[in-house]
Write a protein that binds this ligand. Structure first.
Ligand code: URA
Length: 422
């Protein structure tokens, strides 16, 4: 028999936990035999002392088998983002590649830390149901190729519980915990191939390229070890993705992107990730895949697929409500936008009610920001930098202005895709 205090002490001393010890802690927590405060303590020890590759693989395996492991019965490609500010990629990408015949049974998460969650965003579509039975999920993907749901049924209950605890215990930013959290869900949800959008920058969980490379290495190693071809794409998250930040606002921007009117960074990202998904699925050259994805954006077939998905999941695409209270944030000077701090924008969006501070907080879908400028854009004094959409929670204008840095000199466009790790 194991003792949770000894396991915590062992990790605090920087020693390698055995698979049996990891299983005791994780399953004890899932079964309510280990309380939140002891699990938080272990998570903090892991965050501070790290884990060996063997521990991370064991932790992934334990979480993966903490509940059902889905057999879809067909080939499918999954996409995951490590989370960023304004990251609505899944809402665009899944229907886009779905329109090209790639099957996507996408299980997404809720907001974590200052980053939004796809499920919270989708729920801003009136009536949209993000939970369903595994049987219904399989039926939907067999019939229309795409489903967008939350973590469902008894899939990875360990990650579900631990993820919520990490969000409120300062233990989100740990490479072993992120790698095992993402990969256990990806492996349990039955996809045959996996593309991971690993965000890097001040608005991401990974703030520097070295940590991002290490996380990518671990996830590719885990994926391949469990027999799933896995690719990690390291992408820029130093400014919010696209213009919209906030649940309804991001869904509206996703719709515009699928209609071919998206912001250029979001557009480029979905073309890059989409072509990787398509080439993995169809064994196609990436250049050929890019052409297909670009066409699906031009001819609205991705948008048509989104409409199909929303209808199938009982949502009403015409009912996405945005707050009527708005405030323009105007530029105090002329020049060029040097930076837009994604982390600060994410935190402010959370303060407006777009995200949670505690796990029981209720999201306000209608609040957030629409930026009018991106890094490298020219701006005149008095021009609007952003519109704030708010309801009952107010944020000082100065805090929003504080997110922007200006330069008198021209600023070059930031790199969007840093590296692809296979
Ligand atoms: N996304 C996840 O699914 N898990 C994490 O730990 C972080 C981001």
């Amino acid at each position: 028999m194991y003792d949770i205090l000894e396991i915590i002490e062992k990790k605090c001393s920087g020693n390698e936990l055995t698979k049996a010890e990891i299983e005791f802690a994780v399953m004890g927590y899932v079964n309510d035999e280990i309380p939140d405060y002891q699990m938080s303590s272990l998570l903090m020890a892991i965050k501070l002392k790290g884990m060996t590759d063997k521990e991370v693989i064991d932790l992934t395996d334990v979480m993966l088998h903490s509940g059902d492991v889905l057999e879809l019965g067909f080939d499918s490609v999954d996409k995951h983002s490590t989370g960023g500010v304004g990251d609505k990629t899944t809402i665009v990408l899944a229907p886009l590649v779905g329109a090209l015949g790639v099957k996507v049974a996408k299980m997404s998460g809720r907001g974590l830390g200052h980053t939004g969650g796809t499920i919270d965003k989708l729920e801003s579509i009136s009536g949209f149901e993000t939970s369903m039975s595994l049987e219904d999920l399989k039926d939907q993907v067999s019939e229309i190729g795409v489903a967008l749901v939350g973590q469902m049924g008894n899939l990875c209950p360990a990650d579900k519980k631990i993820y919520a605890l990490r969000d409120v215990s300062g233990t989100v930013g740990s490479i072993p915990l992120i790698a095992s959290s993402i990969m256990s869900k990806k492996l349990a949800s039955g996809a045959s191939k996996i593309v991971i959008d690993l965000k890097v920058g001040n608005g991401a969980l990974m703030t520097n390229i070295e940590d991002a490379r290490e996380l990518a290495r671990l996830m590719v190693k885990i994926g391949n070890l469990f027999g799933r071809k896995t690719i990690c794409v390291l992408t820029n998250m130093n400014e919010p993705l696209g213009f919209a930040v906030g649940n309804s606002l991001e869904v509206l921007e996703s719709i515009e992107t699928l209609k071919g009117n998206g912001p250029s960074d979001l557009n480029d990202l979905v073309i890059n990730l989409g072509s990787l998904m398509l080439s993995l699925d169809k064994n196609m050259e990436t250049l050929e895949a890019i052409e297909y994805v670009e066409n699906a954006l031009k001819n609205n077939s991705g948008y048509e697929k989104l409409l199909e998905v929303v209808k199938y999941q009982h949502g009403d695409i015409d009912k996405i409500s945005v707050s009527n209270n708005t405030k323009e944030i105007v530029s105090p000077k002329s020049g060029y936008i040097k930076s837009i701090n994604a982390l600060k924008i994410g935190e402010l969006a959370r303060k407006l009610g777009a995200g949670r501070k505690t796990k029981d907080d209720v999201i306000d879908p209608g609040v957030g920001f629409v930026l009018h400028k991106k890094v490298s854009d020219k701006v005149e004094a008095g021009e609007s930098l952003a519109t704030v959409y708010y309801n009952d929670k107010i944020i000082p204008e100065a805090d929003v202005l504080d997110c922007f840095e200006f330069s008198n000199m021209e600023v070059s466009k930031p790199t969007l895709i840093y590296e692809i790790i296979k």
